[in-house]
Design a protein around this ligand. Structure first.
Ligand code: GLN
Length: 199
């Protein structure tokens, strides 16, 4: 089975480890450069991107992750993880920084205060079956994607209809929502396949 790490600086690490294991990966938390060396792919969980950015420096994980991404390691970022993979962040803290990532502009906490957390149907290209029952928690959306970025998921209904919430650029995958919280394993299975294909 492909070995997939979950960046364990902050956020909902356990839920991703469980979802990856259920989707057939050898899943484990990753907090140190030596642990990163041992994985074929990495998940950046939901949480708080400003905190994660600081901890990436403190734990000296920034450079090793940038380097693995440049070498083609598959990475999947969910919510705060999507923010950490963006080349440009709107409404971020001035000192927050992501990893060498997806050519896109994302807006933090984009859906507004009144809708701190909500659910909406999302169809993801390349993932067969019913639309996702997607859960958003103080979620970002994607406002711009570069030429190399595929939009693979938009909200299909409701007040946030047509907002971009899932993208892929090569081996990098990101969603604004949290499939690790709903027991729907299809995004994790998609990522496990991507890691298998890349290793
Ligand atoms: N608002 C958070 C951030 O800016 C993301 C929320 C989440 O990951 N659920 O990082």
């Amino acid at each position: 089975a492909p070995v997939i790490g979950v960046l364990a600086l902050q956020g909902d690490v356990r839920e991703h480890v469980a979802a990856l294991a259920a989707a057939g990966a050898d899943a484990r938390p990753v907090r140190r450069p030596a642990e990163l060396d041992a994985v074929d792919g990495l998940v950046i969980p939901g949480g708080e991107s400003t905190t994660m950015s600081k901890l990436a420096d403190i734990f000296e994980m920034r450079e090793p992750i940038d380097k693995r991404i440049a070498d083609g390691m598959p990475v999947y970022g969910s919510c705060a993880g999507l923010i950490m993979l963006a080349t440009e962040v709107l409404d971020g803290r001035p000192d927050q920084r992501g990893f060498a990532g997806i050519d896109m502009t994302v807006r933090r906490n984009a859906f507004g205060r009144q809708v701190d957390s909500f659910e909406a149907p999302v169809t993801v290209v390349g993932v067969p079956g019913e639309p996702f029952h997607a859960v958003f928690i103080r979620a970002p959306w994607v406002e711009r994607v570069g030429a190399g970025v595929e939009v693979i998921g938009v909200v299909s209904d409701g007040p946030a209809a047509d907002r971009i919430v899932a993208v892929r650029q090569g081996n990098l995958l990101a969603t604004s929502f949290h499939p690790e919280l709903t027991g729907d394993l299809r995004v994790h299975a998609y990522f496990v396949d991507l890691v298998r294909a890349a290793s």
